[in-house]
Design a protein around this ligand. Structure first.
Ligand code: SAM
Length: 288
């Protein structure tokens, strides 16, 4: 930090910086270094171990796309498992779908949940109190190891990058358990970083998942504060014959789910187009 500027420490040779109006939290939790601060343009910003997790200004592309795409591709998801996502943004978006009966969220760091509720209350909104929500403080890998076979329709992994506590969420063991606890048409989505800078996240994740899922692909979202171009969201399904729904079908499913047309990034046609990958990203996927 220099003269009220914070520099993100994700890459050795490149960074984005924020001018801090007010520091709100600086603490070491049991798992990671947490910083929350106020900025003039991005609103409040959460950093974990020096890496941007969420800003109030641009949380919408990420949360809308990591949630609506798998739920509407599945089309009949009733039980959803969320791993990580301590800010509450994924939980809020999952529970926008009235077709969802149960959303279990497993976040390892209670401090992230508490600080997000306190300093970014609109990210999780009323979802924390929704009777369909069950919020568990614990390790995602321990949870999936104990969960019952075929007990979830969709799993959304909103983790930190594969370093520190988040590393286990990118392993063979984790994906194998996820495949076991997903129902026969189940879908898993996880954040796979920014391929321009972190291509190995998508390469390794996709290769590992290929062992347990017959359908492995990815889609993209443009997130201003995950710098370096498109972010990749890894997508896999137990349904070998999965076909992505057409735009009109996505719109029909969104209507049936009760989604209001107030999204800022997601739309049926954006969802459909997001699976069209630029070749430098497509080449990270296993050969089909
Ligand atoms: N939407 C933002 C993004 O993708 O960068 C927010 C990510 S969310 C804050 C990431 C969360 O994953 C963190 O709160 C972290 O504590 C949690 N996490 C990391 N490893 C975990 C694990 N093994 N089990 C459960 N949660 C974990």
């Amino acid at each position: 930090m220099t003269e009220n500027w914070i520099h993100e420490s994700l890459y050795a040779t490149w960074c984005q910086s924020f001018k801090v109006e007010k520091m709100l939290v600086e603490k070491k939790s049991a798992y990671q270094d947490i910083k929350m601060f106020e900025t003039a343009y991005h609103g409040r910003v959460l950093l974990l171990d020096g890496v941007v997790q969420v800003t109030e200004k641009d949380e919408f592309p990420y949360h809308e796309m990591i949630t609506h795409v798998p739920l509407l591709t599945h089309g009949a998801a009733k039980r959803v498992l969320i791993i990580g996502a301590g800010d509450g943004g994924v939980l809020r978006h999952v529970l926008m779908h009235r077709t969802v009966e149960k959303a279990v969220m497993v976040e390892i760091d209670a401090d992230v949940i508490e600080l997000s509720k306190r300093f970014m209350p609109q990210v999780g909104g009323a979802s924390w109190e929704d009777p369909r929500a069950e919020v568990i403080v614990g390790d995602g890998i321990a949870y999936v190891a104990k969960a019952q076979d075929a007990s979830f329709d969709v799993i959304i992994v909103d983790s930190t990058d594969p370093i520190g506590v988040g590393e286990v969420l990118f392993t063979d063991e984790f994906y194998q358990e996820c495949a076991r606890i997903l129902s026969p048409r189940g879908i898993i989505v996880n954040q796979c970083g920014v391929p321009f800078m972190q291509s190995e996240e998508l390469e390794v994740t996709s290769r590992r998942r290929r062992q347990f899922f017959p359908h492995v692909s990815a889609y993209v979202v443009s997130m201003p504060t995950y710098v370096g171009g498109f972010m990749a969201l890894g997508f896999a399904s137990k349904d070998a014959n999965l076909t992505l729904p057409a735009t009109s079908e996505i719109a029909a499913r969104a209507h049936a789910a009760g989604l209001k047309s107030d999204a800022f990034y997601w739309s049926p046609s954006v969802q459909n187009a997001a699976f069209a990958l630029p070749p430098y990203i497509d080449r990270c996927l296993p050969q089909r």
